[in-house]
Design a protein around this ligand. Structure first.
Ligand SMILES: [Fe+2]
Length: 303
């Protein structure tokens, strides 16, 4: 049965300067595993994910979000999604075709309403996850990506209608959390010029999130916000800056929700942002950097 909707967040592709420095950082201390590389292009997987890669890094002059990869159920669904998106007026980057990234597959790319490149694929050969050892505080899976958008409601409507996402919760009228599978949010939107807000990696449990945060603090990686626990999604968080200024998050215990989940609109307050209150130890979200338009907008990634 054709199911023209996105079924999973697969990977996030970053472009930026200082390729060697960023590449080394993503492996250690961040904890991803490099699975393939070709010049200034590197693919990173994680221990517990069935995705062959969850992060892609490409050397480029400006720092930007290169592409967000999503899964669809099968070829017929990929084809139907491509047609539906074209009908909805999106700008296509490529027709459905065989992919040559790790795991292969069949997919296409297009821009969303703000000019972020999206890839939707199926038939990607899964990697074999392994059980993490006790105390192995490395990302288990890719959790979510948060984007700035000038019109949150319009963008939410697009992701609902064109890609099949569901609203999980709102924070006031400005932040919307959206899901495409059982994970409370795989994508979320906040106001601002179109750009990346942060990428989150889920650790196996809260202990491992804290151990991972400790490893980064000891490595002198700037802790921007955390540790704490959000109310929307009920997930724990620690936000850091990578060497080129992207905000990356370690999270844990993200809610899994079912079809009967009812969205709540939370009134923003310090207790809603952090139910523990411990993140008051850190700079906080207001000092995580000001969003600026992404130089990669409306530019098809070269690979
Ligand atoms: Fe997050």
């Amino acid at each position: 049965m054709i199911n023209p909707r996105v079924t999973k967040l697969r990977y996030v592709g970053l472009a930026g300067p200082e390729f060697a420095v960023e590449r080394a950082f993503l492996a250690d201390p961040w904890g991803l595993r490099e699975v393939a590389a070709d010049g200034e292009l590197a693919y990173f997987g994680s221990a517990s994910s069935t995705e062959p890669f969850i992060t892609r890094l490409r050397g480029a002059e400006g720092r930007g979000l290169d592409v967000i990869g999503f899964a669809a159920a099968d070829r017929a669904s990929v084809d139907a999604l491509a047609q539906n998106l074209l009908r909805a007026g999106v700008t296509a980057i490529s027709e459905p075709h065989r992919l040559d990234s790790p795991g292969g597959g069949y997919g296409f790319r297009c821009f969303d309403l703000d000019g972020h490149a999206l890839e939707i694929s199926c038939d990607v050969a899964p990697s074999t996850p392994r059980a993490l050892n006790a105390g192995e505080s490395i990302p288990a899976i890719l959790s979510h990506v948060v984007l700035h958008t000038p019109d949150v409601k319009k963008t939410v409507a697009f992701y609902e209608e064109a890609l099949g996402f569901k609203v999980s919760d709102w924070l006031g009228e400005f932040m919307c959390f959206m899901r495409c599978d059982e994970v409370h949010h795989s994508i979320a939107f906040v106001p601002g010029p179109p750009s990346l807000n942060h990428i989150a990696y889920e650790m196996r449990d809260i202990d491992e999130m804290m151990r991972g945060a400790g490893r980064l603090i000891k490595a002198k990686v700037p802790l921007k916000w955390g540790p704490g626990r959000h109310v929307a999604g009920n997930n724990t968080f620690s936000y850091f800056h990578d060497p080129v200024g992207n905000t990356l998050e370690y999270t844990a215990a993200v809610d899994r929700v079912g079809a009967d989940w009812k969205a709540t609109t939370y009134t923003p307050s310090p207790d809603i942002m952090d139910q523990w209150g411990t993140s008051a130890l850190s700079d906080g979200p207001m000092k995580m950097g000001h969003p600026a338009p992404d130089p990669a907008l409306w530019r098809a990634p070269p690979v």
